[in-house]
Design a protein around this ligand. Structure first.
Ligand code: XMP
Ligand code: MG
Length: 174
């Protein structure tokens, strides 16, 4: 079947400009303290690369992967960690880099998981937010763009593992 790809929602230029703005805000908020950036695999890798270049603090990076529940029915008990951090975050300022917050179920679980490891702080920086879909009580501290309820692709985000390499954000129509 051929997917119908919609119009461009955000260009690479817009995203890079936003990363620069948020990077400045983050640098100010952390007041020169080191930051331990945790990238959620796989969707957030492109956004993580943009964000890290715009934060002048000492930055360490690490990766985590949560299992995705299937499309359709959502059960809050079904999130688990498929790949955990490599490093020790105790006493550190953790900044989760996420691609998109939808229901928030994955992120609220991830945040709790990281908080158990004894970090100094845990904050969230997401490229996209779909606030109308929120179920879990979780809020990003830094948001690139808020969007309507569309299934977005590109800039790391996939549809059946395709389209992650698009240098812009679009959506699947249907
Ligand atoms: P929840 O609902 O737990 O889900 O906030 C977050 C995860 O679901 C995926 N997701 C999407 N992936 N386009 C995608 O490519 C979308 O529009 C979309 N909405 C949710 C994504 O993995 C995210 O981390
Ligand atoms: Mg994701």
């Amino acid at each position: 079947m051929i997917d119908t790809v919609g119009r461009v929602l955000f260009t690479e230029e817009q995203i890079i400009k936003r990363a620069r703005e948020l990077g400045r805000e983050i640098a100010e908020d952390y007041n020169g303290e080191p930051i331990y950036m945790v990238c959620t695999l796989r969707g957030a890798v492109v956004w993580m690369a943009d964000m890290m270049k715009n934060i002048p603090n000492d930055v360490e990076i690490d990766f985590i992967m949560a299992s995705s529940y299937g499309s359709g029915t959502i059960s809050s008990g079904s999130v688990n960690i498929k790949k955990d951090l490599e490093g020790d975050i105790s006493g550190k300022n953790v900044l989760i880099i996420e691609d998109i917050v939808d229901t928030g179920i994955t992120l609220s679980h991830l945040k709790k998981h990281l908080e158990k490891k004894g970090p100094k702080s845990v904050k969230i920086c997401t490229l996209l937010d779909k606030p109308s879909r929120r179920i879990a009580d979780v809020k990003a501290d830094y948001t690139g763009f808020s969007i309507d309820n569309l299934f977005v692709i590109g800039y790391g985000l996939d549809y059946d593992q395709k389209y992650r390499n698009l240098p812009y954000i679009s959506y699947i129509e249907g």
